[in-house]
Design a protein around this ligand. Structure first.
Ligand SMILES: [Zn+2]
Length: 451
């Protein structure tokens, strides 16, 4: 069986991956808060963990991997968006959840096994909060229920910080009803205008962190294999998830994977810098989803990903070239699997495809592209648009060559090749066929005379 090693944030080591139950490998990844289009940075973990999902399915079998990614559909940002637009929270979250699924599908990502919506699991969250109160890890105060951070001695272990350092970081909200400034909200009261559910503490709504602990427990059990997310979630979100679940006596996740952040042209993406864009903005500008995915895969997930115009151009040119070479009948190379098994070395997997392309191994190229989620059964339409002429001419050249093999008169073949070269077309002829690639100085108008 393929060996998989993963870098576990929890102990800062690359270690062999051993599933708890190889018949049911379980992974949880924190999903989006649905109130707007996903920006490009939001898409990075989706592609990273999709690649891991594909690898696990390959190694353990498609029916033996359970992947859960939640939708946070109760949140103050959603409430604000609903209030300003005069629409209901459900309308906002239904619409943006679908946008999310459409945009992520355009990036070639598979849907997770389960995509629970937080609002459909409120009763399970209430039950967990009651359990935490009963165990002395949480307390009710002024309609809120708060988690007592100092009651969990390993708090901060994932991100390697002490509670006192975190307080000094001042990322905590001080409120008079808190026993300690570090304590975080499990439940908060709702007024008449905000969505709320009945609970033992009055009408209210859950805090963000409890949903992942409750839904992962319900769908994956007390202990599961992998928990993933962006490294911006390590603290406080993942620390809080761990504290909640461990204080319920659950083992929770064994391996923690965190991807690094995305930048644009070397700068942090931000609205104020004017370099903020969504996945949909790029797709609408004509950047194919395959190109976005290719650029993402070219950087290891634990390194910052720099999205640049140059990478987009190079990615598109490479994919166009590869798509023109693909052939059926290959199987995915073990070199690709072992690169991915080495802590998801996606760059290494792409290097295998570059080798297949230079070896003119069209079948290996296709199966590799498919494994990496870069193509389906057929070449995407954007990659063949505008080059129908070339496809026709490739067939013409191939037929002419076949005829010339019999007559031993290659003059017509030579004439076609010379004319194609003059039009800026690279001609590749091999036993298995003819490929025509637009090269430097490609001039489609010069092809007219050839037809
Ligand atoms: Zn989460």
């Amino acid at each position: 069986m393929t060996k998989i090693t993963l870098y576990n944030t929890a102990n800062r080591q690359k270690e062999p991956f051993q599933p708890i139950d190889p018949d049911n490998v379980r992974m949880y990844v924190c999903g989006p808060t649905v109130y707007d289009r996903a920006h490009l940075g939001n898409a990075r973990p989706v592609v990273v963990f999709d690649m891991l999902f594909r690898l696990l399915r390959h190694v353990y079998g498609a029916d033996h991997v359970t992947y859960v990614r939640n939708f946070t559909d109760v949140d103050d940002k959603i409430n604000a968006r609903a209030a300003e637009s005069g629409r209901s929270i459900r309308q906002i979250t239904d619409e943006t959840s679908q946008w999310y699924l459409d945009d992520m599908a355009a990036l070639g990502t598979l849907e997770p096994t389960h995509m629970p919506r937080a609002t459909e699991w409120i009763a399970q969250m209430v039950a967990m909060i009651e359990g935490l109160i009963a165990r002395g890890h949480a307390y009710e105060t002024e309609g809120h229920v708060l988690f007592r951070v100092r009651s969990y001695k390993n708090y901060g272990a994932l991100s390697g910080r002490s509670v006192d350092d975190m307080i000094a970081g001042a990322r905590v909200e001080v409120a008079p009803y808190k026993e300690d400034p570090m304590d975080f909200v499990l439940w908060k009261p709702s007024n008449a205008e905000t969505p709320g559910w009945d609970s033992p503490w009055g009408r209210g709504r859950p805090g963000w962190h409890i949903e992942c602990s409750a839904m992962s427990y319900e769908l994956l059990g007390e202990t599961f294999d992998i928990h993933g997310g962006g490294n911006d979630l390590q603290f406080p979100h993942h620390e809080n998830e761990i504290a909640q679940s461990r204080c319920m006596g659950h083992g929770f996740a064994r391996v923690w994977l965190h991807n690094e952040m995305l930048q644009v042209e070397g700068k942090k993406m931000s609205k104020s810098l004017g370099n903020f864009f969504t996945v949909r903005d790029l797709l609408d500008r004509g950047v194919p989803g395959e190109v976005i995915r290719f650029v993402f895969l070219s950087t290891h997930y634990r390194k910052p990903m720099d999205w640049t115009e140059k990478k987009r151009e190079e990615g598109e040119a490479t994919l166009r070239k590869w798509y023109r070479m693909v052939k059926d009948g290959g199987t995915v190379s073990e070199d690709i699997i072992s690169a991915l098994g080495d802590d998801l070395n996606t760059h290494g997997a792409l290097a295998v495809l570059h080798r297949a392309a230079s070896d003119e191994d069209g079948a290996g190229l296709k199966s590799g592209l498919q494994f990496l989620g870069l193509m389906g059964d057929t070449v995407p339409a954007w990659a063949i648009e505008g080059h129908d002429d070339l496809a026709d001419l490739a067939r013409l050249l191939e037929n002419t060559r076949t005829a010339a093999m019999k007559t031993k008169d290659f003059s017509e073949v030579d004439r076609l090749k010379a004319a194609l070269a003059a039009a800026g077309v690279e001609v590749r002829m091999s036993k298995s066929g003819v490929d025509l690639l637009p090269a430097e100085g490609f001039d489609p108008t010069k092809l007219e005379a050839l037809k």
